[in-house]
Design a protein around this ligand. Sequence first.
Ligand code: AGP
Length: 610
Amino acid sequence: MCGIVGYVGPRSVKDVVLNGLRKLEYRGYDSAGIAVLDDGKVKIVKAVGRLVNLEGKLESHPVAGRVGIGHTRWATHGRPSDDNAHPHSDCSGRFAIVHNGIIENYLALREELVAKGHQFVSETDTEVVAHLIEDVFNGSILDTMVTIGKRIRGAYALVVISKDDPDTIIVMRKASPVIVGLGNGENFVASGIPALLEYTRDVIVLDDGEMAVVRADSVECFNLEGQPIGEKETLHVTWDAQSAERGGYPHFMLKEIYEQPKAIHDTLLGRVSDDHQQVILPELKWPAGYAASIDRIHIVACGTAWHAGLVGKSVIERLARIPVEAEIGSEYRYANPIYTPGTLVVAVSQSGETADTLAAMRLAKENGLRVLAITNVVGSSVAREADEVIITQAGPEIAVASTKAYTTQLVTLYLLGVYLAQARGLLLDGDAREILEALSNLPQVAEQVLDAASQIQQFAIRYKDVEDTFFIGRGLDYAVAMEGALKLKEISYIHAEAYAAGELKHGTLALITEGVPVIALVTQTHLYDKTISNIREVAARGAYVLGLAWVGDADIHKTVDEVIYLPRTLPLLAPIASVIPLQLLAYYAASSRGNDVDKPRNLAKSVTVE
Ligand code: AGP
């Protein structure tokens, strides 16, 4: 996802824009740039690579002014380069534009503009918009953007400055997030809240199909026809700047792993009755009888959120006896899914901006289905487009590798499972109480698991140079094994494969060689013996097996080479306990390899393009 920052006001535009872009670096990018209206001219400075490269260029190409926009680019069209970095301008240098998203019809537009004599310097879709603005400009930048909105197709947030309007920033939103930060005698524009926290906590979130004309002392909002839409709601952001900083940890990821007890606690807050008999979800403004009428659930998500959906599937099916499909967003959106009137779609997304998940939920909405969102970001696209939203209280998750978002998604799915079961009269109070008491105890369980960190760190350092690792388990353990494998792959770059333990003999066993590390999850007591026999299969072929099992398991050490003992909770809730050692394993493997743990290669925190 690209980072966008704009500013209009008395401060140093360069400082505000660069500070804001630094706060958005975590999203992953490959180049950066800034444009400032300086002495009646649009001055643009940009550089491939990290922000420090841009800062170096600004020393020899200084800019100063009252209005400016900046950008960190995550390439979608055109390789990372100075020319392809944003901002982009037109032939006359009259406008500057930054963009997040994809202009789907840019090639046709580019041909049309080239035929009219426009000269292009980049391979990007964004530059096409700059020349299109120049081509249709009629003296009013707002009217011009109305025309632009009719000509371009795709998903975008566009932010434009023009030397004809030296005190103005124009913002247009269609599917990619953009917010306006409200100041006193100054205003801000950004693609994400962390960029603004240093200056303001009051923000306006533009919705799809909206524009804003931002000046130092005013913010006017319009629809894409250019008609005023009146004052929009101002959101007050409670995150403070510190909570988005590292807080003393070497990396955001480690901080966020250790924040999980609090994140789990905060997500449970107010959602379990004091007597542990009832789940309370006031966000679900479902009509009476709706929960009982649900005859299937589609959970749609990507990556780690999809792995949470796999756990959610097992939990909801076990407790509420509703058939659940856990679907990958990028597959679901093109799979022509089968719906019934009683289908509920649950979109799970930390950022709430993942393009594939958004497209999947929009498909459900087009088919008249009810959509429940589980997301970590207030005001995100997923949050605003769903019928109901349950916000996980993980707080800002900065590291690309998702950790506390995953465990709080699990907690929310457990709550939903109990809620649905109770709404369908399937969970007698006594059973609900056992689960809800155990759920309420999970922050303590998570704290205790973190005590095993040094043992995990030693294992990780011992195996940091291996080529391949395998994660195996059955049932819920298999779902968590998939998350463990992804964590290790995405930040340590060690190849890892999760496998259903019972499936090894159907092929993967051929890959098990002397000394290869296998991480075996053994928490599902009803599958214990079967899993032990699968562990014996890999051990017999020389694997080094690290077992994750309950404290008090007196036999596991006879079968595995090393054990991480987990503090007891219900086997149903095991994923919350067993995933934390796997997060730590990935973290220590990656940090001992000297990798950029918070910003791993090729990845972005929020994948807002297809
Ligand atoms: C998680 O570690 C990954 N960075 C990635 O798989 C992520 O979970 C996925 O892109 C979905 O993101 P979302 O939860 O913001 O929708």
